[in-house]
Write a protein that binds this ligand. Structure first.
Ligand SMILES: [Fe+2]
Length: 277
């Protein structure tokens, strides 16, 4: 189903603070994931930056504010800008989250969880169908972290993700860290969760480390990836012919060598399981 997509290898979520280090270590990064919102109405400098990045790396646009779970539908002005960016970059795939970020015309400023109901699946699929009318590049959807579980669930989170990607005919961006953090904070079994995932749709992974605060594991993208998450990555890569793995470090950014060491570790896992050379 997604087997025709190219194998991109090991990538990094692009962040301004390591821009010069990135170009000094060009050979150690196979591709970049860029935050789409940064380039929707680009200044001259942002346009120059985008062109520079695109001339050196394959770029995967990662959108965060389309709000695919909004009952009121997607914002068509925003969608028009996003479609133009994706058309300009012509990537093999692009990504968004299974969540909502806008309700009643108000921007929440946060990736918020949806109730695991048939109604929410319907809303997502309707919005995604609209998005797919504008953008014909394959869309992969990411699982988010959440602090609260909403009542009235009609299925588990894993079943919900599976229903959405199957009915909307999308791929899955499995954020292994998000999966691990939710399992820890909400006390569910990762193995049980993984049994319900539509493995044939997993295209890309995200990984990074978070930090502990008052007994809760926080999805802060601020620490080195811990051993438990490396084990999960290994398990997932053994199971599915993934096309890319992305490290998304946002906070407390270390020496660039520490990032490339993590990329190298991910690259080795992919090699060991024959996902790339
Ligand atoms: Fe992520």
């Amino acid at each position: 189903m997604f087997t025709h997509l190219p194998s991109l290898g090991v990538g990094l979520g692009f962040r301004q603070p390591f821009k010069s280090d990135l170009f000094l270590n060009r050979q150690q990064v196979d591709f970049l994931e860029i935050v789409a919102e940064h380039y929707l109405q680009p200044s001259w400098q942002q346009q120059q930056e985008l062109e520079l990045l695109a001339s050196h790396f394959p770029l995967i646009p990662h959108a965060i504010n389309l709000s695919l779970g909004s009952a009121e539908g997607v914002d068509t002005d925003y969608l028009r800008q996003l479609a133009a960016l994706i058309k300009q970059l012509n990537p093999p795939w692009w990504s968004e989250h299974i969540c909502f970020t806008r309700a009643g015309g108000v921007d929440i400023g946060h990736l918020s969880p949806l109730p695991y109901t048939k109604e929410a699946v319907k809303v997502l699929c309707r919005n995604i169908a609209e998005v797919q009318r504008w953008i014909d590049v394959p869309l992969i959807l990411e699982n988010i972290t959440y602090m609260v579980t909403l009542p009235s669930a009609e299925m588990t989170e894993a079943q919900f993700l599976a229903e959405v990607v199957k009915n909307a005919d999308c791929g899955l961006l499995l954020d292994v860290t998000n999966l691990y953090i939710n399992a820890v904070n909400h006390g569910y079994d990762v193995q049980q969760f993984m049994q319900d995932l539509p493995w044939e749709r997993v295209v890309q992974l995200h990984f990074v480390g978070g930090h502990w605060h008052d007994g809760i594991l926080i999805d802060s993208h601020s620490q080195a990836t811990p051993p438990q998450i490396w084990e999960l990555i290994d398990e997932v890569v053994a199971r599915v012919a993934i096309k890319g793995i992305v490290l998304e470090r946002d906070e407390n950014i270390p020496e660039f060598a520490q990032l490339t060491a993590e990329l190298q570790q991910a690259r080795e896992i992919g090699r060991r399981h024959g996902r790339w050379g």
